[in-house]
Design a protein around this ligand. Structure first.
Ligand SMILES: Nc1ncnc2c1ncn2[C@@H]1O[C@H](COP(=O)(O)OP(=O)(O)OP(=O)(O)O)[C@@H](O)[C@H]1O
Ligand SMILES: [Mg+2]
Length: 267
């Protein structure tokens, strides 16, 4: 694996003495004998925000599904806060928003978010109304999933993943179906709420810029079978406002990540 840096500036300090939020050791996954993921080693410290980028079909969703305990590795081991993923899921420590929104069809947007809280029984939850309002869904609170656009469904999906304040958030291309303005607004809002918490986040995205805007490290996966081909540290200030996003340092990091992605695709 290549470690890339354009700046030589140190990455933000993390509490590496605690149990990692995610530890994947030599993880491989096959479906019907066909190798999809090969030998992934990945440690995500508590409080980190990492981004995963890679070609379509390289196994990003499969890796997230294994972290959530929804798929088993064919070989290797994944631990979430030192436990098997299924145990972390049962303890409601994981929030997931997958590519395809998984909303209950006979419940409104607001009821879907409230239902998540009922299931998780969280004492430390955000206010469902406030979350949906932040996501620009104040007009859609009482609409059913089939009455929502794809982008609105995705926003409700993210709200469901976040509302119980899970310690680990897994986001699989959560902004894919959104227009650019809504996308920018949500990226800023997500960056804001994640800054205020000690939550660990893994974001899968096809947007290199989004990855650099939000994360502390960007991991680039190779083509199928997916391996970690490169890691780019993002030693930017925590608040990445417009000025930071126009800076040479930011643009250099985006270039590095893009180059790493292109060479991973060419390999
Ligand atoms: N349950 C399954 N059974 C068989 N094959 C599967 C299954 N889940 C995923 N795959 C295959 O594994 C490969 C990786 O799929 P995955 O969805 O993880 O890719 P991805 O990197 O998330 O792609 P994308 O960027 O398009 O979302 C694909 O070839 C897919 O067809
Ligand atoms: Mg996917």
């Amino acid at each position: 694996m290549r470690a890339l840096s354009t700046t030589g500036v140190e990455a933000p300090e993390l509490n590496v003495s605690s149990t990692p939020a995610v530890k994947a050791s030599s993880v491989s996954k096959s479906f019907a004998g066909s190798l999809v993921i090969e030998g992934i080693n990945l440690t995500v410290e508590q409080g980190e925000f990492i981004a995963l980028i890679g070609a379509s079909g390289c196994g990003k969703t499969t890796l997230l599904r294994m972290c959530a305990g929804l798929e088993q590795p064919s070989s290797g081991l994944i631990e979430i806060f030192g436990k098997p993923p299924a145990a972390a899921t049962s303890a409601h420590e994981i929030g997931v928003a997958f590519q395809r929104p998984a909303l209950v069809p006979c419940r409104t947007a607001l009821e879907n978010v409230r239902l998540t809280l009922k299931i998780t029984g969280s004492d430390d939850a955000m206010d469902p109304l406030a979350v949906l309002t932040h996501f620009g869904l104040e007009e859609a609170l009482n609409l059913y999933p089939h009455e929502l656009s794809g982008g609105m469904q995705q926003r409700v999906n993210i709200a469901c993943a976040l509302v119980h304040q899970p310690a680990l958030l897994l986001l699989d291309e959560p902004f894919g179906a959104l227009d650019e303005i809504t996308r920018e607004r949500l990226v800023d809002w997500l960056a804001g709420i994640l800054r205020e918490s000690s939550r660990t986040t893994i974001l899968v995205t096809h947007s290199v810029e989004e990855a650099v805007t939000l994360s502390t490290r960007v991991f680039v996966m190779s083509r199928r079978p997916g391996r970690i081909a490169a890691e780019i540290k993002v030693p930017l200030p925590t608040i990445r406002d417009f000025e930071i996003r126009q800076s040479e340092q930011f643009l250099g990091l985006v270039r590095s990540a893009r180059d790493a992605l292109h060479s991973a695709l060419a390999d």
